[in-house]
Unconditional design. Structure first.
Length: 375
Protein backbone atom coordinates (compact mmCIF):
# COMPACT_ATOMS: atom_id res chain seq x y z
CA UNK A 1 0.00 0.00 0.00
CA UNK A 2 1.20 3.53 -0.84
CA UNK A 3 2.63 5.04 2.37
CA UNK A 4 1.23 8.40 1.36
CA UNK A 5 -2.30 6.98 1.79
CA UNK A 6 -1.42 6.09 5.35
CA UNK A 7 -0.28 9.69 5.84
CA UNK A 8 -3.62 10.89 4.41
CA UNK A 9 -5.46 8.63 6.85
CA UNK A 10 -3.51 10.13 9.75
CA UNK A 11 -4.17 13.67 8.50
CA UNK A 12 -7.90 12.92 8.12
CA UNK A 13 -8.04 11.66 11.71
CA UNK A 14 -6.18 14.74 12.93
CA UNK A 15 -8.55 16.97 10.94
CA UNK A 16 -11.58 15.25 12.53
CA UNK A 17 -10.13 15.79 16.00
CA UNK A 18 -9.44 19.45 15.29
CA UNK A 19 -12.93 19.92 13.84
CA UNK A 20 -14.52 18.28 16.88
CA UNK A 21 -12.59 20.60 19.22
CA UNK A 22 -13.51 23.67 17.17
CA UNK A 23 -17.17 22.63 16.91
CA UNK A 24 -17.38 22.11 20.67
CA UNK A 25 -16.04 25.63 21.23
CA UNK A 26 -18.49 27.18 18.76
CA UNK A 27 -21.37 25.08 20.05
CA UNK A 28 -20.67 26.21 23.62
CA UNK A 29 -20.37 29.81 22.48
CA UNK A 30 -23.63 29.59 20.55
CA UNK A 31 -25.48 28.14 23.54
CA UNK A 32 -24.09 30.87 25.82
CA UNK A 33 -25.08 33.60 23.37
CA UNK A 34 -28.64 32.26 23.13
CA UNK A 35 -28.92 32.25 26.91
CA UNK A 36 -27.69 35.85 27.05
CA UNK A 37 -30.10 36.95 24.32
CA UNK A 38 -32.99 35.51 26.32
CA UNK A 39 -36.35 36.87 25.17
CA UNK A 40 -34.83 39.77 23.29
CA UNK A 41 -35.22 40.46 19.57
CA UNK A 42 -31.79 41.82 18.58
CA UNK A 43 -31.81 40.64 14.95
CA UNK A 44 -34.02 42.26 12.35
CA UNK A 45 -32.95 40.00 9.49
CA UNK A 46 -34.92 36.90 8.56
CA UNK A 47 -32.50 35.69 5.89
CA UNK A 48 -32.11 31.92 5.80
CA UNK A 49 -29.07 30.91 7.80
CA UNK A 50 -28.77 34.34 9.41
CA UNK A 51 -28.78 35.09 13.16
CA UNK A 52 -32.50 35.96 13.14
CA UNK A 53 -33.42 32.69 11.43
CA UNK A 54 -31.26 30.64 13.81
CA UNK A 55 -32.79 32.42 16.82
CA UNK A 56 -36.30 31.75 15.44
CA UNK A 57 -35.45 28.07 14.95
CA UNK A 58 -34.13 27.84 18.52
CA UNK A 59 -37.27 29.42 19.95
CA UNK A 60 -39.45 27.18 17.80
CA UNK A 61 -37.80 24.12 19.34
CA UNK A 62 -38.19 25.59 22.83
CA UNK A 63 -41.87 26.31 22.18
CA UNK A 64 -42.58 22.81 20.94
CA UNK A 65 -40.86 21.28 23.97
CA UNK A 66 -42.80 23.57 26.34
CA UNK A 67 -46.10 22.72 24.64
CA UNK A 68 -45.28 19.01 24.78
CA UNK A 69 -44.46 19.26 28.50
CA UNK A 70 -47.73 21.11 29.13
CA UNK A 71 -49.58 18.40 27.23
CA UNK A 72 -47.84 15.73 29.31
CA UNK A 73 -48.86 17.48 32.56
CA UNK A 74 -52.45 17.67 31.33
CA UNK A 75 -52.41 14.00 30.37
CA UNK A 76 -50.95 13.07 33.77
CA UNK A 77 -53.93 14.83 35.37
CA UNK A 78 -56.17 12.84 33.01
CA UNK A 79 -54.54 9.62 34.22
CA UNK A 80 -55.21 10.60 37.85
CA UNK A 81 -58.80 11.44 36.92
CA UNK A 82 -59.15 8.07 35.16
CA UNK A 83 -58.00 6.36 38.36
CA UNK A 84 -60.61 8.31 40.33
CA UNK A 85 -63.29 7.43 37.77
CA UNK A 86 -62.35 3.74 37.79
CA UNK A 87 -62.46 3.64 41.59
CA UNK A 88 -65.84 5.40 41.67
CA UNK A 89 -67.28 3.21 38.88
CA UNK A 90 -66.14 0.09 40.73
CA UNK A 91 -67.66 1.37 43.97
CA UNK A 92 -70.96 2.16 42.22
CA UNK A 93 -71.10 -1.26 40.57
CA UNK A 94 -70.49 -2.93 43.94
CA UNK A 95 -73.16 -0.80 45.59
CA UNK A 96 -75.59 -1.54 42.74
CA UNK A 97 -75.04 -5.25 43.18
CA UNK A 98 -75.78 -5.02 46.91
CA UNK A 99 -78.82 -2.79 46.42
CA UNK A 100 -80.27 -5.06 43.72
CA UNK A 101 -79.93 -7.94 46.17
CA UNK A 102 -81.69 -5.95 48.87
CA UNK A 103 -84.44 -4.87 46.45
CA UNK A 104 -84.97 -8.47 45.36
CA UNK A 105 -85.27 -9.50 49.02
CA UNK A 106 -87.87 -6.75 49.64
CA UNK A 107 -89.84 -7.79 46.54
CA UNK A 108 -89.72 -11.40 47.69
CA UNK A 109 -90.89 -10.51 51.21
CA UNK A 110 -93.77 -8.44 49.84
CA UNK A 111 -94.64 -11.17 47.36
CA UNK A 112 -94.85 -13.80 50.07
CA UNK A 113 -97.13 -11.55 52.13
CA UNK A 114 -99.35 -10.70 49.16
CA UNK A 115 -99.96 -14.33 48.19
CA UNK A 116 -101.14 -14.98 51.76
CA UNK A 117 -103.81 -12.27 51.54
CA UNK A 118 -107.45 -13.38 51.20
CA UNK A 119 -108.51 -11.07 48.35
CA UNK A 120 -106.33 -11.22 45.25
CA UNK A 121 -106.66 -9.68 41.82
CA UNK A 122 -106.27 -11.75 38.65
CA UNK A 123 -102.47 -11.37 38.46
CA UNK A 124 -101.96 -12.30 42.09
CA UNK A 125 -104.46 -15.18 41.81
CA UNK A 126 -102.47 -16.63 38.90
CA UNK A 127 -99.25 -16.34 40.85
CA UNK A 128 -100.98 -17.91 43.87
CA UNK A 129 -101.90 -20.94 41.73
CA UNK A 130 -98.30 -21.25 40.57
CA UNK A 131 -97.12 -20.94 44.17
CA UNK A 132 -99.41 -23.76 45.32
CA UNK A 133 -98.23 -25.98 42.46
CA UNK A 134 -94.59 -25.39 43.36
CA UNK A 135 -95.18 -25.88 47.08
CA UNK A 136 -96.81 -29.22 46.31
CA UNK A 137 -93.86 -30.27 44.20
CA UNK A 138 -91.40 -29.15 46.87
CA UNK A 139 -93.30 -31.18 49.46
CA UNK A 140 -93.22 -34.24 47.18
CA UNK A 141 -89.44 -33.92 46.62
CA UNK A 142 -88.76 -33.44 50.34
CA UNK A 143 -90.90 -36.50 51.14
CA UNK A 144 -89.11 -38.53 48.48
CA UNK A 145 -85.76 -37.54 49.90
CA UNK A 146 -86.85 -38.56 53.41
CA UNK A 147 -87.94 -41.99 52.10
CA UNK A 148 -84.66 -42.45 50.23
CA UNK A 149 -82.75 -41.58 53.38
CA UNK A 150 -84.55 -44.40 55.26
CA UNK A 151 -83.91 -47.03 52.58
CA UNK A 152 -81.32 -49.76 53.12
CA UNK A 153 -80.15 -52.55 50.76
CA UNK A 154 -77.05 -53.78 48.97
CA UNK A 155 -74.54 -52.12 46.72
CA UNK A 156 -76.87 -51.91 43.72
CA UNK A 157 -79.68 -50.45 45.82
CA UNK A 158 -77.16 -47.96 47.21
CA UNK A 159 -76.11 -46.90 43.69
CA UNK A 160 -79.72 -46.48 42.61
CA UNK A 161 -80.52 -44.57 45.79
CA UNK A 162 -77.65 -42.10 45.17
CA UNK A 163 -78.78 -41.47 41.59
CA UNK A 164 -82.42 -40.86 42.64
CA UNK A 165 -81.31 -38.68 45.54
CA UNK A 166 -79.25 -36.49 43.15
CA UNK A 167 -82.26 -36.11 40.83
CA UNK A 168 -84.65 -35.28 43.67
CA UNK A 169 -82.23 -32.70 45.11
CA UNK A 170 -81.81 -31.05 41.71
CA UNK A 171 -85.58 -30.87 41.19
CA UNK A 172 -86.09 -29.59 44.72
CA UNK A 173 -83.50 -26.85 44.21
CA UNK A 174 -85.09 -25.81 40.90
CA UNK A 175 -88.60 -25.68 42.38
CA UNK A 176 -87.43 -23.62 45.35
CA UNK A 177 -85.70 -21.23 42.93
CA UNK A 178 -88.86 -21.00 40.82
CA UNK A 179 -90.91 -20.36 43.99
CA UNK A 180 -88.60 -17.51 44.95
CA UNK A 181 -89.09 -16.05 41.47
CA UNK A 182 -92.87 -16.23 41.97
CA UNK A 183 -92.58 -14.24 45.22
CA UNK A 184 -90.19 -11.79 43.53
CA UNK A 185 -92.60 -11.26 40.66
CA UNK A 186 -95.55 -10.88 43.01
CA UNK A 187 -93.70 -8.21 45.02
CA UNK A 188 -92.64 -6.40 41.85
CA UNK A 189 -96.18 -6.46 40.45
CA UNK A 190 -97.54 -5.17 43.76
CA UNK A 191 -95.20 -2.20 43.84
CA UNK A 192 -95.78 -1.33 40.19
CA UNK A 193 -99.58 -1.61 40.03
CA UNK A 194 -102.76 -0.55 41.76
CA UNK A 195 -102.53 -3.59 44.06
CA UNK A 196 -100.87 -1.35 46.62
CA UNK A 197 -104.15 0.44 47.11
CA UNK A 198 -106.02 -2.83 47.74
CA UNK A 199 -103.73 -4.00 50.54
CA UNK A 200 -102.67 -2.21 53.67
CA UNK A 201 -100.64 -2.84 56.74
CA UNK A 202 -97.58 -1.55 58.52
CA UNK A 203 -95.27 -4.23 57.06
CA UNK A 204 -96.39 -3.46 53.52
CA UNK A 205 -95.85 0.24 54.07
CA UNK A 206 -92.37 -0.24 55.45
CA UNK A 207 -91.37 -2.65 52.69
CA UNK A 208 -92.88 -0.43 49.99
CA UNK A 209 -91.07 2.60 51.40
CA UNK A 210 -87.80 0.66 51.52
CA UNK A 211 -88.23 -0.62 47.96
CA UNK A 212 -88.98 2.90 46.75
CA UNK A 213 -85.85 4.20 48.46
CA UNK A 214 -83.76 1.40 46.95
CA UNK A 215 -85.14 2.08 43.46
CA UNK A 216 -84.43 5.77 43.84
CA UNK A 217 -80.88 5.08 44.91
CA UNK A 218 -80.35 2.61 42.05
CA UNK A 219 -81.73 5.14 39.56
CA UNK A 220 -79.42 7.82 40.90
CA UNK A 221 -76.43 5.48 40.74
CA UNK A 222 -77.32 4.47 37.17
CA UNK A 223 -77.35 8.12 36.06
CA UNK A 224 -74.06 8.81 37.82
CA UNK A 225 -72.52 5.66 36.32
CA UNK A 226 -73.61 6.70 32.82
CA UNK A 227 -72.07 10.14 33.29
CA UNK A 228 -68.82 8.71 34.71
CA UNK A 229 -68.46 6.18 31.90
CA UNK A 230 -69.00 8.90 29.28
CA UNK A 231 -66.35 11.06 30.95
CA UNK A 232 -64.01 8.08 31.08
CA UNK A 233 -64.61 7.35 27.40
CA UNK A 234 -63.71 10.91 26.46
CA UNK A 235 -60.59 11.02 28.65
CA UNK A 236 -59.49 7.43 27.99
CA UNK A 237 -58.96 8.04 24.28
CA UNK A 238 -60.09 5.84 21.45
CA UNK A 239 -59.03 5.39 17.83
CA UNK A 240 -55.95 7.08 16.43
CA UNK A 241 -55.10 9.26 19.46
CA UNK A 242 -54.67 6.38 21.88
CA UNK A 243 -54.81 6.37 25.67
CA UNK A 244 -53.27 9.16 27.80
CA UNK A 245 -50.31 6.89 28.64
CA UNK A 246 -49.68 6.18 24.97
CA UNK A 247 -49.93 9.87 24.11
CA UNK A 248 -47.49 10.77 26.90
CA UNK A 249 -44.98 8.32 25.44
CA UNK A 250 -45.48 9.95 22.04
CA UNK A 251 -44.78 13.43 23.45
CA UNK A 252 -41.73 12.13 25.35
CA UNK A 253 -40.34 10.59 22.17
CA UNK A 254 -40.92 13.87 20.33
CA UNK A 255 -39.18 15.88 23.08
CA UNK A 256 -36.20 13.51 23.00
CA UNK A 257 -36.06 13.80 19.22
CA UNK A 258 -36.19 17.59 18.93
CA UNK A 259 -33.88 18.10 21.92
CA UNK A 260 -31.18 16.49 19.77
CA UNK A 261 -31.54 19.45 17.37
CA UNK A 262 -30.21 21.98 19.93
CA UNK A 263 -26.46 21.24 19.44
CA UNK A 264 -26.71 21.92 15.70
CA UNK A 265 -28.53 25.22 16.37
CA UNK A 266 -25.90 26.23 18.96
CA UNK A 267 -23.12 25.42 16.50
CA UNK A 268 -24.68 27.44 13.66
CA UNK A 269 -25.01 30.50 15.88
CA UNK A 270 -21.42 30.06 17.13
CA UNK A 271 -20.28 29.73 13.53
CA UNK A 272 -22.01 33.01 12.67
CA UNK A 273 -20.29 34.68 15.61
CA UNK A 274 -16.92 33.41 14.37
CA UNK A 275 -17.57 34.51 10.78
CA UNK A 276 -16.52 37.82 9.29
CA UNK A 277 -18.49 40.57 10.98
CA UNK A 278 -19.74 38.20 13.66
CA UNK A 279 -18.01 39.98 16.51
CA UNK A 280 -19.81 43.22 15.67
CA UNK A 281 -23.19 41.49 15.25
CA UNK A 282 -22.99 39.70 18.61
CA UNK A 283 -20.95 42.35 20.46
CA UNK A 284 -23.83 43.26 22.87
CA UNK A 285 -23.91 39.67 24.13
CA UNK A 286 -20.18 38.92 24.40
CA UNK A 287 -18.02 39.20 27.50
CA UNK A 288 -14.27 39.47 28.02
CA UNK A 289 -13.72 35.70 27.67
CA UNK A 290 -15.44 35.24 24.31
CA UNK A 291 -12.69 36.78 22.09
CA UNK A 292 -10.26 34.14 23.36
CA UNK A 293 -12.77 31.44 22.41
CA UNK A 294 -13.13 32.92 18.94
CA UNK A 295 -9.35 33.17 18.52
CA UNK A 296 -8.93 29.54 19.51
CA UNK A 297 -11.71 28.48 17.15
CA UNK A 298 -10.07 30.50 14.36
CA UNK A 299 -6.70 28.89 15.09
CA UNK A 300 -8.30 25.44 14.94
CA UNK A 301 -9.99 26.35 11.65
CA UNK A 302 -6.59 27.41 10.28
CA UNK A 303 -5.07 24.10 11.37
CA UNK A 304 -7.96 22.24 9.76
CA UNK A 305 -7.39 24.21 6.53
CA UNK A 306 -3.65 23.34 6.66
CA UNK A 307 -4.39 19.66 7.14
CA UNK A 308 -6.91 19.82 4.31
CA UNK A 309 -4.33 21.48 2.06
CA UNK A 310 -1.73 18.84 2.94
CA UNK A 311 -4.24 16.12 2.12
CA UNK A 312 -5.04 17.76 -1.21
CA UNK A 313 -1.35 18.10 -2.08
CA UNK A 314 -0.65 14.45 -1.24
CA UNK A 315 -3.70 13.39 -3.23
CA UNK A 316 -2.45 15.53 -6.13
CA UNK A 317 1.00 13.90 -5.93
CA UNK A 318 -0.60 10.45 -5.86
CA UNK A 319 -2.73 11.45 -8.84
CA UNK A 320 0.34 12.66 -10.73
CA UNK A 321 2.06 9.32 -10.17
CA UNK A 322 -1.08 7.52 -11.26
CA UNK A 323 -1.30 9.65 -14.41
CA UNK A 324 2.39 9.02 -15.15
CA UNK A 325 1.88 5.31 -14.70
CA UNK A 326 -1.10 5.55 -17.06
CA UNK A 327 1.07 7.36 -19.62
CA UNK A 328 3.74 4.64 -19.39
CA UNK A 329 1.08 2.03 -19.83
CA UNK A 330 -0.23 3.82 -22.92
CA UNK A 331 3.28 4.20 -24.36
CA UNK A 332 3.84 0.48 -23.97
CA UNK A 333 0.53 -0.10 -25.67
CA UNK A 334 1.66 2.13 -28.57
CA UNK A 335 4.95 0.18 -28.93
CA UNK A 336 3.03 -3.07 -28.90
CA UNK A 337 0.66 -1.78 -31.57
CA UNK A 338 3.59 -0.46 -33.64
CA UNK A 339 5.24 -3.88 -33.46
CA UNK A 340 2.02 -5.40 -34.64
CA UNK A 341 1.87 -2.86 -37.49
CA UNK A 342 5.50 -3.67 -38.57
CA UNK A 343 4.75 -7.37 -38.49
CA UNK A 344 1.58 -6.77 -40.50
CA UNK A 345 3.49 -4.66 -43.08
CA UNK A 346 6.11 -7.43 -43.45
CA UNK A 347 3.35 -9.96 -43.92
CA UNK A 348 1.71 -7.74 -46.52
CA UNK A 349 5.05 -7.37 -48.39
CA UNK A 350 5.47 -11.12 -48.48
CA UNK A 351 1.94 -11.56 -49.81
CA UNK A 352 2.52 -8.91 -52.47
CA UNK A 353 5.74 -10.72 -53.55
CA UNK A 354 3.80 -13.98 -53.82
CA UNK A 355 1.20 -12.23 -55.96
CA UNK A 356 3.91 -10.81 -58.31
CA UNK A 357 5.55 -14.23 -58.61
CA UNK A 358 2.20 -15.88 -59.33
CA UNK A 359 1.36 -13.25 -61.97
CA UNK A 360 4.73 -13.93 -63.66
CA UNK A 361 3.93 -17.61 -63.79
CA UNK A 362 0.64 -16.82 -65.48
CA UNK A 363 2.43 -14.74 -68.16
CA UNK A 364 4.90 -17.56 -68.80
CA UNK A 365 2.10 -20.10 -69.17
CA UNK A 366 0.20 -17.83 -71.57
CA UNK A 367 3.32 -17.37 -73.72
CA UNK A 368 3.83 -21.10 -73.76
CA UNK A 369 0.32 -21.63 -74.97
CA UNK A 370 0.76 -19.06 -77.80
CA UNK A 371 4.12 -20.44 -79.11
CA UNK A 372 4.25 -22.62 -82.31
CA UNK A 373 5.67 -25.92 -81.31
CA UNK A 374 5.95 -27.29 -85.01
CA UNK A 375 2.97 -29.44 -84.80
Amino acid sequence: MDERKLVIKELEEKKRTLAADRNRLLQGLGETLLQRIGDGEPFSDSKAGGPGAVLAEYRGIQKEIAESNDAIKSLELDILRLKELDDRISAIESEQSLLKGELAAVHTSIGMAILKAPDLNDTAALLKTQEETLLAKIEEHEKALDELEEQGGGIFSWLGKNARTAVEKALLSKNRSDLEKIYLKAGFEFLSSAMEEELSGEDFAKDAEKALALKGRLSSLAEELLSLREERRKIGGVGMEGSPSQRIKGFERRIAQITKEFPAVYFRLGLLAAASGGKETFAPFMNENDPAVLEKAEALSSQIAEEELSIRKINAAIRIDEEKAEIEKLKKAIVAQQQKITAAEDAIKGIEDQISETEQHIVEFEMFIQEDHGS
